[in-house]
Design a protein around this ligand. Structure first.
Ligand code: VG1
Ligand code: CO
Length: 542
């Protein structure tokens, strides 16, 4: 019943920032998914008889690849597979299941915030036993394996029933279909003061959560409406759809525009939030105020000890390099460590495992803690609600007080999507060539202090990751950062991150793009964005 199938390598199976992401038709090529999954297994040792967790965000092609992955896990000698009912597990829920049931690892099927559907995106990611994304040495080994693969192993059995909870036997391996929500909801109840949040909501505090027709719908319904008493209908777009209703399940001001408009209206609810395709990102909007992800990280860290799960305080904070330095000021005040890592959650795992950090965050709307080893959209929403329930102040008041105490880091990211790959690479190369000569140069009122290509030395496993983004730091704490996306599936996406620090509270009311206007102009002057890409405007501003 176990068949060994001859195959030939595909040359393009290099995992990016978060797993292998390609268009669905690419994944539908003969043996494409099989080659990658076998290469994952080939890179691992000692999993015979162990447990593997499998789940995905429900996007188009999810079920097909789950069937393949289960049959291949059986053929390769895993002892047990835990799979979410319907093939559903949000990314943070998958991380929790891996940890809770002491699995060897997990396969998470998602292309996160990218659109889904027959011609849109799909993805496969491997997570290790700590519940987090495989570190670079593992993804490098997987990629090396895909270049030389000759055979894969699969059990020749009928399709597994993914829709009924309980245990089945697949070619001698146990497959347990689990409820995707229960374990996760239990964990949230342990971390947060649900009675206090229930009181807040019972007292007339109105919330709205947009699940964007993606995976968090069932989680948000259960937690926000059933357990915390939010009015029925508070969770919008709660049915996960294979194509996310034709939208980008990306919780930002562009793709969650309707929510933003509602939150800026006269009769706005008190708190608005959204999550992405696989449930690991969050958007936080208070009545009349959008909280940037970088600010959210800082504000959550500053107030985390108000929630029971963090009442003993934080060990430290980590942020990705392009994320604003707002969290650094909180860490300084709390007297705890702050770590700056490359983009992507895989770099936080070692720091959390070593007990050096409790809370981590990225400017791309990812925040999380050591409760799992992925970023966690609903977790961020619940920590906000817990803080609001204790402080009994509005989001707006909490944000303003925070800026008054710490100063405000005006922050924005400009994305230029699907630009010509050669033009994008040329732009980055030209920037690298300028690094040595930029320091000391002035652009209007701005003087370059330092310029480099970010390198990360992991303090735990001593691995080094080079070329993680070009940083140009100006005197006074402003900076621009340039890097190319590692999650896109067509052309190149240039990301430009712009930040200015403003300590003076009387100047905290400027519109963000206006506050950053001179830096935006200098970024173009130094990098030649318009001339090199032919674009006059970013595709997305967040
Ligand atoms: C983007 C974000 C990064 C995030 C990654 C995965 O990567 O910038 O912060 O960790 O997506 O998020 P890139 O390489 O495109 O900039 V998710 O929610 O797509 O798994
Ligand atoms: Co995501």
């Amino acid at each position: 019943m176990i068949r060994t199938v001859q195959t030939t390598p595909y040359k393009d199976q290099k995992p990016g920032t978060s797993g292998l992401r390609k268009k669905v038709p690419v994944f539908q090529q003969t043996n494409y998914a099989e080659n990658f999954i076998q290469s994952i297994f080939n890179s691992l040792e000692g999993f015979r008889g162990e447990t593997l967790v499998i789940g995905g965000d429900g996007r188009y092609y999810n079920r097909e690849v789950i069937q393949i992955a289960i049959k291949m896990a059986a053929a390769n000698g895993f002892g047990r597979v835990l799979v979410g009912r319907g093939g559903i597990l949000s990314t943070p829920a998958a991380s929790n299941v891996i940890r809770k049931y002491k699995a060897f690892g997990g396969i998470v099927l998602s292309a996160s915030h990218n659109p889904g559907g027959p011609t849109e995106d799909f993805g496969i990611k491997y997570n290790i036993g700590n519940g987090g994304p495989a570190p670079e040495k593992v993804t490098d080994a997987i990629y090396a394996g895909t270049r030389t693969i000759e055979t894969y192993k699969i059990a020749e059995v009928a399709d597994i029933n993914l829709d009924t909870e309980g245990s089945q036997n697949v070619a001698g391996m146990e497959v347990v279909v689990i409820d995707p929500v229960t374990d996760y909801a239990e964990l949230m109840e342990k971390l947060f003061d649900f009675p206090a949040i229930r009181n807040l909501i019972g007292g007339g505090f109105r919330i709205v959560f947009d699940a964007m027709s993606a995976v968090t719908g069932p989680y948000a319904k259960e937690i926000l409406e059933n357990r915390l008493g939010a009015a029925k209908g508070s969770v919008l777009n709660f049915i996960p759809l294979p194509d996310f209703g034709g939208h980008h399940p990306d919780p930002n001001l562009v793709h969650a525009r309707a929510l933003y408009e509602e939150m800026m209206g006269d009769d706005a609810p008190d708190f608005g939030a959204a999550s992405d395709g696989d449930g690991d990102r969050n958007l936080i909007i208070g009545k009349g105020i959008f909280i940037t992800p970088s600010d959210s990280l800082a504000m959550l860290a500053a107030n985390a000890s108000l929630a029971p799960g963090y009442s003993k305080g934080l060990a430290g904070i980590a942020r990705s390099m392009p994320t604003s330095a707002a969290a650094d000021r909180v860490a300084e005040k709390l007297g705890i460590g702050i770590y700056e890592t490359p983009t992507g959650w895989k770099f936080f795992g070692n720091l959390m495992d070593a007990g050096l950090v409790t809370i981590c965050g990225e400017e791309s709307a990812g925040t999380g803690s050591n409760h799992v080893r992925e970023k966690d959209g609903l977790w961020a929403v619940l920590l906000w609600l817990n803080i609001l329930a204790v402080r009994m102040e509005s989001v707006q008041d909490i944000a303003r007080q925070h800026w008054t105490t710490y100063g405000r880091n005006y922050y924005s990211r400009h994305d230029y999507e699907e630009v010509d790959a050669d033009a994008a690479n040329g732009l980055v190369t030209a920037l690298r060539d300028q690094l040595a000569t930029l320091p000391g140069k002035t652009f209007g009122k701005l003087k370059v202090a330092t310029a480099d290509d970010f390198s990360y030395n992991d303090p735990i496993d001593k691995s080094v990751s080079n070329n993680q983004g070009i940083r140009i730091l100006f005197e006074g704490g402003s900076r621009v950062v340039f890097r190319l996306s590692g999650t896109g599936t067509s052309g190149a996406t240039l990301r430009v991150y712009i930040e200015r620090y403003e300590p003076d509270a009387s100047r905290h009311d400027t519109e963000t793009q206006a506050a950053l206007a001179d830096l935006i102009a200098v970024a173009d002057e130094i990098a030649g964005i318009k001339t090199r890409t032919g674009r006059t405007e970013p595709t997305v501003i967040t």
